[in-house]
Design a protein around this ligand. Structure first.
Ligand SMILES: Nc1ncnc2c1ncn2[C@@H]1O[C@H](COP(=O)(O)OP(=O)(O)OP(=O)(O)O)[C@@H](O)[C@H]1O
Ligand SMILES: [Mg+2]
Length: 343
């Protein structure tokens, strides 16, 4: 067992729909796991969180439920967020009011005042006096290496699991933001709906996600395997006709058609964001380019796709899955209240 760290320190949290990441000052990002929690329905005891809970999806008996506390960028269950943080902090040996000095939780821009209040109260309930919230898109921008504190506009697109967020930032703040629920989970749902319709096969969301990650591409240039053959991915599920288990081989072109269709909404919102950006900042965006982050930034061909849609140069973050939590690290260091805290 490792020793409890001594003294007080700051903690940054990226509470994502798909992934929960926790940064502890002096220790680095020490938690990076799926945002799942498994709970015993009768006793309300936490069974597991993260990878251990994700493994149980679709496989538990009716005494245990596996929950994702955020859906589509919306907090669906605050008490589960408290449980997931409590359990994880306990695991990480940082669950003590004397020890956590400041807790910074990054949340979606479109969150309601009630949800903000609930998150702040959650910090209190965890015994932490100084709990702050800040916008994910801001932390993502900082984490991807953008200096948002200059008087120059930057446009960041965060393609997450629950939402795709678009934010124009300047002088340390979000000037304008938009959010749509067309993101990773939506793509997975479109894939499972397609497989059901076309191949008469029922697959679970995690299988759909695996197929997406293996094959996702927006270009006509299909991903190839080592021998140069177009990449395919086998999915197992239940045959809707016979009711028996069956395997279907998906091709990258099938996933591409689904993604291109879904990306119409991403393209439209991106264009709407550019159109509503004040002219002075719009000029900056052309110079600075569009920064793409979040898990969806890993989709092949996304750079060309967005460049063609907007005529603006695109920079894909090299660390899209950790930008928000990396941003908390920097935000925790900035002491000026103007740049830190409520928005
Ligand atoms: N190589 C990949 N290709 C396509 N999608 C990917 C890839 N890797 C991860 N993803 C998707 O990215 C999403 C997770 O991204 P991320 O961790 O940024 O989301 P999140 O921060 O938890 O969600 P949100 O910000 O919406 O609350 C998942 O839907 C996952 O399937
Ligand atoms: Mg995110």
């Amino acid at each position: 067992m490792s020793e409890k760290p001594k003294g007080s320190f700051n903690v940054g949290v990226d509470l994502g729909t798909s992934n929960l990441l926790i940064y502890v000052e002096g220790r680095g990002t020490i938690f990076n796991e799926p945002s799942y929690i498994a709970v015993d329905k009768a006793t309300k005891q936490v069974v597991s969180v993260g990878f251990d809970a994700a493994e149980l999806v679709g496989k538990v008996h009716d005494k245990v439920e596996v929950v994702k506390p955020l859906q589509g960028g919306v907090i669906s269950d605050v008490s589960m967020i408290r449980e997931i943080l409590n359990f994880t902090f306990d695991q990480l040996f940082v669950n003590s009011s004397q020890q956590i000095n400041k807790l910074l939780i990054c949340i979606p821009s479109e969150i309601t005042e009630t949800e903000k209040a609930a998150i702040l109260q959650l910090g209190e309930e965890l015994g932490i006096d100084d709990t702050k919230i800040d916008e994910e898109i801001k932390a993502a921008a900082i984490g991807s290496g953008v200096d948002i504190y200059t008087p120059s506009g930057h446009l960041v697109v965060d393609l997450g699991g629950g939402t795709t967020d678009f934010g124009v930032l300047s002088l340390g703040d979000v000037v304008l933001s938009k959010s749509i629920k067309v993101a990773g989970d939506y793509f997975d749902k479109q894939i499972s709906d397609y497989v059901k319709e076309k191949h008469k096969l029922e697959i679970g969301p995690q299988t759909a996600e695996k197929a997406k990650i293996a094959l996702a591409s927006l270009t006509g240039d299909m991903p190839k395997d080592e021998s140069g053959k177009p990449l395919t991915f086998d999915v197992m599920g239940r045959d809707l006709v016979s009711g028996l288990p069956k395997k279907v081989t998906l091709e990258a072109s099938e996933i591409r058609t689904i993604l291109l269709d879904a990306f119409e909404a991403v393209k439209a919102t991106l264009i709407a964001t550019l159109e509503t950006t004040p002219p002075e900042l719009a000029g900056d965006l052309v110079d600075n380019g569009i920064i793409v982050t979040g898990g969806g930034a890993k989709i092949k061909g996304i750079k060309d796709y967005i460049e063609q849609a907007t005529n603006v140069e695109v920079h894909i973050s090299p660390t899209p899955l950790t930008d928000v939590v990396d941003g908390t690290k920097k935000l925790l260091k900035i002491n000026k209240n103007h740049y830190f805290g409520e928005f």
